[in-house]
Write a protein that binds this ligand. Structure first.
Ligand SMILES: [Zn+2]
Ligand SMILES: [Zn+2]
Length: 346
């Protein structure tokens, strides 16, 4: 099979490698498409300690079942599938609750296990046993299925926020994840969704989504803007989808009474601190949540939101490249001039 083999920072070779055979308990997938995640790009440029070259990355994939190893039940050849990325240990407190994303010793497809920037990929026995492999409705296109993983992470963030009908929602950061947050908030019944970004080109891209209020936060101060728009009440739901310390502080400052805030993006490792006005949290009864990756229930929710067309998955894809052009795909993703970039194997 053809695979994009990561050989160390800045080095990737698209070449012929041996097609894996599924052993007992494993499933072999034919990969049709795999979207580029920010972490794939970071690994390519900078490496990562738990990704040991030579290795195949890629975890936002859409495949079909090519071959089923002995002992696997519930699937048949040709089923359209994707998978929960995080393979839990099944022993820790969090795995027992089904929260593989919080596993004490997690192993990820595309990081620890070989991933999907290849024509075929093995789903390991631990993932099959853990129920990670998910069937997708036949009506979904392969590119649409690649959006399930990033959407599931966004749903994990918003599960805490409990967006109500009529809520005033704010998303800070209009990258692909920010746009997904805006769309999920809208689908959950928010009456107004304001999307802030400092980049005019990002806001331009977000115009493809109907009904969002797009504001350039370099030109209009976000807290003042939200207070003006809400008659001084503030926003009910705020998602910070950019790794900017000041944006997290703004989120607290623009909160309404009983607001829910998601600090969705991580901050720079060397400066993960913010100045939090704890009295706003106290007097306004504001809730502040974190979110990391996602678990099975949220993948299933993402699949049904796409199948019901409440989320138009293909709208998030602005660039598509064949596997041989994977470096261009990474470069495109890094530049941030589009939303999601997808690599196709056919
Ligand atoms: Zn991802
Ligand atoms: Zn665990």
């Amino acid at each position: 099979m053809k695979a994009a083999v990561y050989m160390g920072p800045g080095k990737i070779e698209v070449k012929e490698v041996e097609t894996p055979k599924p052993k007992a308990g494993e499933v072999l997938l034919k990969i049709h498409a795999c979207a580029v995640c920010g972490t794939d790009v970071r690994i390519f440029y900078h490496g990562q300690k738990n990704v040991v070259p030579p290795h195949i990355t890629g975890h936002e994939f859409a495949g079909s079942i090519a071959e089923i190893g002995p002992g696997v039940t519930g699937f048949k050849k040709g089923d359209k599938v994707t998978s929960v990325t995080c393979v839990g240990c099944q022993k820790c407190l969090y795995c027992k609750k089904g929260l593989y994303n919080l596993c004490d010793t997690p192993r990820y497809l595309g990081y620890y296990y070989p991933g999907a920037f290849a024509e075929y990929m093995i789903i390991p026995k631990e993932a099959i046993d853990g129920g990670n492999l998910l069937k997708a409705p036949g009506s979904l296109s392969f590119p649409a299925i690649t959006m399930v993983e990033p959407l599931s992470c966004v749903i994990n963030g918003q599960d805490y926020l409990k967006v109500q009908k009529g809520d005033f929602a704010v998303v800070i950061g209009a990258g692909p994840i920010g746009c997904m947050h805006a769309e999920i908030a809208k689908a959950s019944g928010a009456k107004t969704v304001v999307l802030f970004d400092v980049s005019e080109s990002r806001l331009e891209l977000a115009k493809r989504f109907d009904g969002l209020v797009l504001v350039n936060s370099a030109k209009e101060e976000p807290v003042k803007k939200v207070m003006d728009m809400t008659g001084g009440c503030g926003a009910d739901v705020i998602v910070v989808a950019c790794g900017v310390n000041a944006a997290q502080e703004q989120a607290v400052a623009m909160a309404a009474k009983l607001a829910r805030i998601s600090l969705f993006a991580s901050l720079p490792k060397d400066n993960p601190f913010i100045k939090l006005d704890a009295n706003i949290v106290h007097y306004k009864e504001v809730s502040v949540y974190g979110a990391f990756a996602s678990y099975k229930k949220q993948y299933e929710k993402a699949l049904s939101l796409i199948a019901e067309k409440k989320i138009q998955a293909e709208k998030f894809i602005t660039h598509t490249y064949p596997l041989k052009d994977i470096v261009t795909a990474f470069e495109t993703s890094k530049k941030g001039t589009g939303l999601k970039t997808v690599v196709t194997m056919e």
